[in-house]
Design a protein around this ligand. Structure first.
Ligand code: UD1
Length: 418
C-alpha cells in the first residue's frame, strides 16, 4: 500500500489548476442510466471513486470509455437491476443508481451502503421520498428492494437538505408522471450542475440552487454531453496549502463563489485573498488569527473543508472553536493532528483548537477518511520534519494527483510504495 512522505517547512508558491468535481461527477454519471445511448462527460477527474462508479455502470450493462478527462458512457438495457454489495461497499454514493433505475425500469435492488467512518449515514431521506413517488420499497438481506409501475410526482418536503437525497429524487422525478415539488432541498453547486445536465437530457427542472426544486416529469430523456464543474473542495484545499505555508498560491479553473464561505474565513483570519471569475489567490502572510467555524449546508462552510481548515487553525494566533453540524463523527483527524503536537480538545460536535505557530512536529500518521488525509498533508507542510501519511487510499478516492499538484508549487512530497 502506498504512503505519502512530506518534508515540511517549504513555502508554496505558484499557480495550480483544479480538476473536475468528484461530487458532481458521481451523480452525473449515474444520471446517464436515465437515457439509452451514448453520453459524453468532460472534465471528469481521475479518481478511485470514479473507477468504482464505472464498475457499477459496467455491471449494469453500460460500456464506459476513458480518454484523458473525458468519459463516454454507452447505456444499454441492464440484464440485471442489481447494485451488488461488493461494489456499493466501496463507495456510498452508489446509492445514487437507485433513483434512475426505479424511474426507468420500475425495479432496482441496491445494496445498503452501511455506515462509514464519519458517521452512520442513513438513506431514509432517499427511500421515503421514493415511496412518496409511488415506489414500493423493502429492505431485505441488506438490500433495498424497490418496485414501481411508473413513479408519480408529488410534493416532497425533506427533513434535512440532504445532498444525495436531493440528487436521487431529482433523477427519479425527471421520469415520473406529473409534477414533483421538492422543498428544503440541498443548494450545493453539484445540485445545480446535475440540474443543468438533466435539462440538457430533456428534463423539465426549475429552481435548482434555491430550496425548492420543481420537476415536471417527461416520458423519455436523451443522452447529452456535459462538462463537470470544477472541484470546490479541491480548490479550497489547494488554497489552504498555500495559506498554511504562508505562500503565494493562485488556484485556477475554479469558481470562487462556490466556496466563498472558506474565502471569507481566510480573510477573517487576516489573509489577503484576490478573486477573479475562475481563479483565487492567497497572498503571503506570516501570522494569522484564529476564527471559529460552524459547518453547514451550502452556502455555509462545507463539512468537506472542516478538517483542512482545522490544520490551518493549529498554526493560528489564538483559539478556534470548530463545530461540525453535518456528520456526527467527523473529528477523527483530531487524534492524528494531536500526534503531530496540535493542541485540540474534541468534545462531541465541537473541537477547540489552541493555535501555536510552529507548534507542529513531523510524525507518522494515518489517514482515517478522505478529507482527513488532506488535513494531515496540510499539517505536514507546516512542520520542519518528515511526515509519513499512511492509508492514503482514502486520498486517492477524491483528490487527483494531489502530491503532484503540491510538488509543482514547491512542496517536497512524494508517494512511495510501502
Ligand atoms: C455529500 C457529499 C459529501 C459531503 C456531504 C455533505 C457526495 C458524493 N458526497 O454526501 O462529500 O460531505 O454531501 O455536504 O456528494 N442523512 C440522513 N438520511 C439520509 C441522508 C442523509 O439522515 O437519507 C444525514 C447524513 O447522515 C448526514 C447529513 O444528512 O448527517 C448530510 O448528508 P448528505 O447531505 O446526504 O450527504 P451525502 O449526500 O451522503
Amino acid at each position: 500500500m502506498d504512503i505519502i512522505v512530506i518534508k515540511g517547512g517549504r513555502q508554496l508558491n505558484g499557480t495550480v489548476a483544479t480538476s473536475g468535481a468528484k461530487n458532481a461527477a458521481l451523480p452525473l454519471l449515474f444520471s446517464s442510466l436515465l437515457a439509452q445511448g451514448e453520453h459524453v462527460f468532460d472534465n471528469v477527474p481521475r479518481l478511485n471513486d470514479i473507477d468504482s462508479t464505472e464498475l457499477l455502470l459496467n455491471h449494469l450493462n453500460c460500456e464506459t470509455q476513458r480518454n484523458g478527462h473525458q468519459l463516454k458512457v454507452n447505456v444499454n438495457r441492464p440484464q440485471s437491476l442489481v447494485a451488488p454489495y461488493d461494489i456499493v461497499r466501496k463507495m456510498r454514493a452508489s446509492i445514487l443508481c437507485l433513483g434512475p433505475l426505479i424511474a426507468r425500469y420500475g425495479e432496482a435492488k441496491v445494496s445498503l451502503p452501511g455506515g462509514c467512518a464519519i458517521g452512520s449515514r442513513p438513506i431514509n431521506l432517499h427511500i421515503e421520498p421514493l415511496r412518496q413517488l409511488g415506489a414500493e420499497i423493502d429492505i431485505e438481506n441488506g438490500y433495498v428492494m424497490a418496485r414501481a409501475n411508473r413513479l408519480v410526482g408529488d410534493r416532497i418536503v425533506f427533513d434535512f437538505a440532504t445532498v444525495g437525497g436531493t440528487e436521487n429524487i431529482m433523477m427519479a422525478a425527471s421520469l415520473a408522471r406529473g409534477t414533483t415539488i421538492m422543498e428544503n432541498v440541498a443548494k450545493e453547486p453539484e445540485i445545480v450542475d446535475l440540474a443543468r445536465c438533466l435539462r440538457s437530457m430533456g428534463a423539465k427542472i426549475q429552481g435548482e440552487g434555491s430550496s425548492v426544486i420543481t420537476i415536471e416529469g417527461v416520458d423519455e430523456l436523451q443522452p447529452a454531453r456535459h462538462r463537470v464543474i470544477p472541484d470546490r473542495i479541491e480548490a479550497g484545499t489547494l488554497l489552504l496549502a498555500g495559506a498554511i505555508t504562508g505562500g503565494d498560491v493562485k488556484v485556477t479553473n475554479c469558481v470562487p463563489k462556490d466556496f466563498d464561505a472558506l474565502i471569507n474565513k481566510l480573510i477573517d483570519c487576516g489573509f489577503a485573498v484576490e478573486c477573479g471569475d475562475d481563479w483565487v489567490r492567497v497572498k503571503p502572510c506570516d501570522r494569522w488569527v484564529a476564527v471559529d467555524v460552524d459547518t453547514a449546508p451550502h452556502p455555509g462552510f462545507p463539512t468537506d473543508l472542516q478538517a483542512q481548515f482545522m490544520a490551518l487553525m493549529t498554526q493560528a494566533d489564538g483559539t478556534s472553536v470548530i463545530t461540525e453540524r453535518i456528520f456526527e463523527n467527523r473529528f477523527m483527524h483530531v487524534q492524528e493532528l494531536a500526534r503531530m503536537g496540535a493542541n485540540i480538545t474534541p468534545k462531541s460536535q465541537v473541537s477547540v483548537v489552541r493555535g501555536e505557530k510552529g507548534g507542529l512536529s513531523a510524525a507518522p500518521v494515518m489517514a482515517t477518511d478522505l478529507r482527513a488525509s488532506a488535513s494531515l498533508i496540510l499539517a505536514a507542510l507546516a512542520t520542519d520534519g518528515e511526515t509519513t501519511v499512511n492509508r492514503i487510499y482514502h486520498l486517492d478516492r477524491g483528490y487527483e494527483k494531489l502530491e503532484e499538484k503540491l510538488s509543482s508549487l514547491g512542496a517536497c512530497i512524494e508517494r512511495r510504495a510501502n
